[in-house]
Design a protein around this ligand. Structure first.
Ligand SMILES: C[S@@+](CC[C@H](N)C(=O)[O-])C[C@H]1O[C@@H](n2cnc3c(N)ncnc32)[C@H](O)[C@@H]1O
Length: 337
């Protein structure tokens, strides 16, 4: 069984150190097969593991994919072949390699069709309220797992495989895509608590769609920013203050609304916040984190600077130290405009 650790300051270097002390163990988890369990308290923002793919593949027709995977497997060394073949398969039958791929592959980037298989990361089970985040770093071509909240010794390390939405939609997706019935802490809540969670998750989707509407962003940016603020509050309520990458996306949306109307002061703050979230949940060396850092320093370098109007061009720079946190948040999201 594998175990390992990587300290945060190694995050931009290569792969996991083989002789590093153990931060987790790989062991049997009731009703879930194998999983990773913390062997020590893991602080938020810690890089738990990083791995290069054993193999990557595009999805395809089952017979063609089986032939492709078989030829890719032949090119691997024996230990890597054994690692691939030892992974769980929820779809046994005529296409054993494809079944392993379908059960375990993680996308190489958000929305990517390309899936990758990893020896240890593919042992991490799903939770609808995960304590860790998986990220594909397209610069280093390495998958990382960071703790997005403090993890206690003995706690299972989990990531999210789902695409959001209320529990019925998540369950249907997990069943269809990965072949299992989710029994995580969120899905196993009492019906009344689950209903509250479902309402928040539906609201998150609704706000996300509304914020992404370019016409609203152009014609009613104050309302769009208010939606960003509502989304922030709903995410914090649903994810107990630890929403991970969803928060980075929200801050980048708020950045885009601000900069498209010429507001460099708020845009810079939003980019800085997006950078801080990304640094915590994927490290500072992903292209996305680097982009946020650069935009915080120079927001007008964004291609949509004043693309919709220049009406917020003369916004005064307001520093966080001048006012209390609540007043700063009201200023930032223009909730009193
Ligand atoms: C990528 S593998 C994770 C490692 C796997 N448990 C193993 O034994 O190798 C994904 C599979 O693990 C199981 N699994 C993951 N998360 C689960 C969960 N929350 N509840 C039940 N089963 C889960 C399912 O069988 C799923 O198809």
């Amino acid at each position: 069984m594998d175990s390992g650790t990587v300290s945060k300051d190694q995050s931009s270097s290569a792969e996991q150190q083989p002789d590093a002390p153990s931060m987790f163990e790989v062991k049997a988890i009731p009703l879930k097969g194998i999983g990773l369990v913390a062997l020590q308290d893991i602080p938020q923002g810690t890089l738990i593991i990083q791995e290069k793919p054993l193999l990557v593949a595009h999805p395809g027709a089952p017979d063609a994919l089986e032939i492709l995977l078989s030829s890719k497997l032949k090119k691997l060394d024996k230990p890597s072949q054994r690692q691939f073949l030892s992974l769980h398969n929820n779809f046994p039958g005529k296409h054993p390699f494809g079944g392993i791929m379908r059960t375990n592959a993680l996308p190489c980037g958000s929305g990517s069709e390309i899936g990758a298989i990893y020896p240890t990361i593919c042992r991490i089970n799903h939770s609808c309220l995960p304590n860790s985040q998986n990220t594909w770093n397209s610069d280093t071509e390495i998958e990382t797992i960071f703790a997005i909240k403090p993890i206690s010794c003995g706690e299972e390390i989990t990531i999210s495989y789902d695409r959001g939405g209320p529990s019925a939609a998540r369950q249907a997706f997990l069943k269809q895509a990965f072949g299992f019935q989710c029994s995580c802490a969120v899905c196993s809540q009492s019906p009344s608590l689950l209903r509250e969670s479902d309402n928040r998750r539906s609201r998150i989707q609704e706000l996300d769609d509304q914020i992404g509407d370019p016409f609203r962003m152009m014609q009613n940016p104050v309302e769009s920013l208010k939606d960003c603020h509502s989304l922030l509050q709903t995410l914090n309520a649903e994810y107990g203050g630890y929403p991970g990458a969803l928060m980075a996306r929200l801050y980048y949306d708020a950045f885009q609304i601000s900069i498209a109307h010429g507001d460099k002061a708020r845009a810079s703050v939003f980019a800085e916040k997006a950078y801080e979230v990304r640094l915590m949940c994927e490290g500072g060396d992903t292209p996305e984190a680097k982009k946020m850092k650069n935009l915080a320093a120079n927001p007008s370098a964004h291609s949509s600077f004043m693309a919709y109007s220049s009406k917020w061009k003369n916004t005064k720079k307001k520093l966080a130290g001048e006012v209390d946190e609540e007043a700063f948040e009201r200023w930032l999201f223009r909730t009193s405009d």
